[in-house]
Ligand binder design. Structure first.
Ligand code: 2BA
Length: 107
């Protein structure tokens, strides 16, 4: 068994969860925050049999869009803080970690 740890944008979560549940995947949803943008995102924990991993990743891929987001950074030169400047980053579709599961118990 594998554990997929999947970080997605909040905007994609409802459709993604519906698609996962319809396709008989078990999923746990966590409210999380990205370290760079400091904005809310969502982390899903999905335990899947090894042969279903690629199917599950394809399902995630078709539900998660790339979007651009703007954040402000404060550049500093020799300790002097300058005016903050906007930078644009591309976020998502999804960040996926695939982990081995040693044991899966339901007690
Ligand atoms: P954030 O940390 O808020 O990052 C949002 C987006 O900002 C990232 O999109 C990336 O395009 C950019 N970014 C992140 N760190 C950066 C940095 N140090 N310098 C410049 N740009 C940076 P994604 O890569 O699609 O990541 C979306 C979210 O997935 C992240 O939100 C974070 O919550 C999570 N994530 C991504 N990679 C991760 C990793 N290696 N470990 C843990 N969480 C990760």
């Amino acid at each position: 068994m594998k554990l997929l740890v999947v970080i997605v944008q909040d905007n994609d979560v409802n459709l993604l969860m519906d698609d996962l549940v319809e396709n008989k995947y078990s999923v746990t949803k966590l409210a999380t925050t990205g370290g760079f943008l400091k904005e809310g995102n969502t982390t899903l924990l999905i335990g899947v049999d090894e042969e279903k991993v690629q199917d599950c990743i394809a399902l995630i891929d078709r539900n998660c869009k790339k979007r651009r987001s703007t954040t402000f950074i404060n550049p500093s030169t020799q300790g002097v803080v300058m005016q903050s400047i906007p930078i644009e980053v591309e976020v998502g579709g999804a960040t996926v970690f695939v982990l081995d599961v040693d044991q899966f118990l339901k007690l």
